[in-house]
Design a protein around this ligand. Sequence first.
Ligand code: ADP
Ligand code: ZN
Ligand code: ZN
Length: 755
Amino acid sequence: MFVSVAIDLALDRLFTYSVPVELTEKLRVGQLLRVPFRGRIARGFALATTENAPEFKTRPVLAIEDESPFFSPALLKLVRWIADYTASPIETTLRAALPAAVLKPGARAKEMLYVEVGQPTGPLAAPNPAHGQLTLRQRQLISEIARVGGGWMQQLVREFKTTPATLRGLAEKGALSIVSRTTRRDPLAGRNVLPTKPLPLNPLQQAALDVILDEGRETRSSEPHPSPFTSRPVLLHGVTGSGKTEIYLQAIARMLDEDKGAIVLVPEIALTPQTVRRFAGRFGDRVAVLHSALSDGERYDEWHRIRTGAARVVVGPRSAVFAPVANLGLIVVDEEHDPSYKQEETPRYHARDVAVVRARLEGARVVLGSATPSLESWLNAQTGKYALASVPARVAGRALPAVHLVNMEDEMARIGHLPIFSSALLDAIHRRLANGEQTILFLNRRGYSRILECPSCNWVAECPDCSVPYTYHRADNCLRCHVCGGWMHVPAACPDCHGTDFSYTGIGTQRAESALTRCFPHARVLRMDADSTSRKMSHDDILSAFRAGKADVLLGTQMIAKGLDFPNVTLVGVLNADVSLHRPDPRASERTYQLLAQVSGRAGRAEKPGEVYIQTFSPAAPAIAAAASDKGFAAFAAAELQDRKAAYLPPYCRLATLVFRAKDEALARPWAELYAKSLAGWAEKYNRKNAQEAFRVSEAAEAPLAKAEGWFRYQIVMRAPAAKDIVAAVRWIEAARPIPKDVRLAVDVDAQSLA
Ligand code: ADP
Ligand code: ZN
Ligand code: ZN
């Protein structure tokens, strides 16, 4: 037998080894093997076995490192699908599908000393020759330990005010025994999670749950020979506050009843204690949490708890889609439209699409939930490729907030300058302060002011390594680049005209904060953005303080837009809705709508009704007008889909970007141009053969982010009916015209933005 192995190194090709007879019985695909490699011993994953000897000489596998496979056959298939779909090497894709903490040399379960004692009436406590020699105090200690049923040595020492030496002495006398036991490094340890019971669903929720659970049942029973279970993905479109999480929880409970497991994907930013608590509160120890803030040890333990089946419900961000859940029944993708599901490095997969494919491979259900679905999923639901479950109203008859647009052009004309807060918004905040209700203010931009400008010559302070303006940060009076993290002090004078009278244009969260405290000196304001959270208070601290009513206003960037549920918030203000509207991105309008709808959804989630003020210069822009209209998402989606169709943009085609980077501009540009020309030739042939204009290749151009971290960036945009058409063309050109080492090419199939 022979086995092809992906060596655990960044080699990106497979190697074939022979399997010694004594290993053939035990060897399985997905296992981690030890193999000889270039004069040393390397580790690698078994990907496939065959009886056919290759034409070259092979060396034997040395050992099976771990008998239980790291990847099930279905997961291996999934990894191969991703590698093909995203034009990524299989090796890199395998690595992305496994937490690094699991493979680290020396990674293992944590062992601790555990003290065992017999029952007070059991054999150890019963007349024991050794006991006669024990002091009264020692006998008391043993019976106390027996009463609590034994425990970790460390804990007992603390609890019963004794010493490890005493316990060891007692063990030598045979009065108790000390063993080494595996202990769990629990990411939820110390957080008090209150158990919850299923809520009685309202009729809308119940109907949605029925769609989820019934999907696929019919096709199965109507067939004469039931094929493996296949169900369409279900798009759960429920307005904010419609109780989607309760629907997920009850669908998962059903899976557990059927002895199946579940994965819940949430945007990383939403992995606040609040979200985790909702799942742990319902399913307790059966929940495993995977996210970037875990320690290596916690991650190792959680992953193994999933693999052994101790945990059956996994909650995590996009990489949790690879969790080794056996007998998978359901994958939930919450906030399925969220851009964080797309991995922005190789393999550039989209976790929502991976979830759909994994569910198909494993006969599981998949639910994509959102108040503002991606147009990809929405179109699939319209065409019947996905089933649609709608929850058009909030729970308990609560109203959606009233949304008002404030035209900032009028506001500026009225008072002669551009204010940060319109008078309508100020009035609304004032009313909340008077009533003891809370306000969320949203500004999609951090820093004190956007940019530092010289008004006399129009010079703008820009990062020399990235083609973006610096952002001014007042706290340390410096300019920071939000692309590379580089910074400099505010210059004493303009380098061009030596003027010293700078102006700071744009509004950042810091400036909004100081303006707010000027208007309302007694208001308690909390700010949350990437700067505030890295300092004094963590993310969680800020949110808990706000929840506990320790502040009147929470002011922040998109971090506060999603998923948060604060009952006392009755007002949401969007300071500048236009920020995301004018981006060089085919999804700019969709993203703007999503952001506005999500942030509006934070208002009036409990008994008191909510109100939203959106400040804008473009009240007629479709995304902004739609966010304020009561026609809802469907109306926005219909109009936006029409535009996309007319412009031949996703979801009506697949769009990929090719980004060429080089430290030397004279290298990046010609390679981009050469590829653009060759690919255009390929496209022409494709279109002639298929008698259509469906394969389109743009010219090579500077990327919107023309320079980043010292690399010059050029870009080609490709559009075609299917991803495989694009990947075929890219594979062809990469083989025909290999790129030199000092130019980097990043292929992004289904690119989410054109930056
Ligand atoms: P969504 O995720 O759709 O925005 P949530 O799941 O956060 O909505 O639910 C909003 C609020 O309604 C939560 O506080 C939740 O506990 C509550 N809720 C959900 N379902 C019910 C129900 N059937 N009866 C009463 N309250 C509910
Ligand atoms: Zn920079
Ligand atoms: Zn100047």
